[in-house]
Design a protein around this ligand. Structure first.
Ligand code: MG
Ligand code: ZN
Length: 227
């Protein structure tokens, strides 16, 4: 017999699920959204586990879109600056957001990071969230669109085990498809798992090392990449 233990409503002690905290975050996210809209900036929240390929995807999107758009990126990480240095080397405005012990970005950190940018000189903003597929779902940042990146090297159950983050995603990227066969992971099955959770989520297969599929990611975000 299967035995399941779960908390009842009102019995959750995780501070991240505190309703007041979520409301406070949502209010600031709304401010961020208005601020970005006022300047005609499209912001993309990029979520996914450590090693899925969030930074690689952003690098490829920047290379593809830089001829047409003025781009900046925020890099969320606990303490490291590795990704920031990768992105800064592409010659765009970048801001490192170190969250310390926090396992997700929140709207307040994004609000503070926005103060570091010249918003009048910007069209696109990529926000790389902290590597985590759970609580970022509960913390909208004020972005237009949310991408979730998973890779086949994480195994066949990444979607079904993280339903909340996919329920809220506009685009799901399945990365490292060149390794699907050696990993014995079925990308059609992963794509089907996403559609079962949210039929409106666009699913795109990529290899972010070569750039395969990156144009399709831009198209799925509604960003015209033709030069
Ligand atoms: Mg990264
Ligand atoms: Zn968290």
């Amino acid at each position: 017999m299967t035995q399941i233990v779960q908390s009842e409503p009102g019995e959750i002690f995780d501070i991240e699920l505190d309703e007041n905290l979520k409301r406070a975050n949502d209010l600031i996210a709304e401010e961020n959204r208005k601020q970005l809209q006022k300047h005609g900036i499209r912001a993309i929240d990029v979520m996914g586990s450590v090693g899925a390929g969030k930074t690689s995807l952003i690098e490829q999107l920047v290379r593809l879109l830089k001829p047409r758009y003025r781009i900046a990126a925020f890099k969320g990480d606990l303490t490291s600056k590795i990704d920031y240095e990768r992105i800064e080397s592409l010659g765009i405005q970048a801001v490192q957001i170190n969250t310390g012990r926090e396992c997700h970005l929140d709207a307040n950190l994004v609000k503070k990071a926005l103060l570091k940018l010249d918003l009048t000189a910007l069209d696109l903003l990529f926000i790389e969230n902290v590597g985590n597929l759970i609580c970022p779902a509960d913390f909208p940042l004020g972005s237009d669109k949310r991408i979730v990146v998973i890779s086949v090297t994480e195994g066949p159950y990444m979607v079904v085990k993280h339903p909340f983050i996919f329920a809220d995603a506009d685009v799901a990227v399945i990365n490292k498809i060149d390794l699907a066969r050696p990993m014995d992971v079925d990308t059609d099955k992963l794509a089907g798992d996403v559609r079962n959770i949210n039929a409106r989520t666009s699913v795109v297969l990529t290899n972010c090392r070569t750039g395969e599929g990156v144009k399709q990611v831009a198209a799925a975000l509604g960003i015209d990449s033709a030069s």
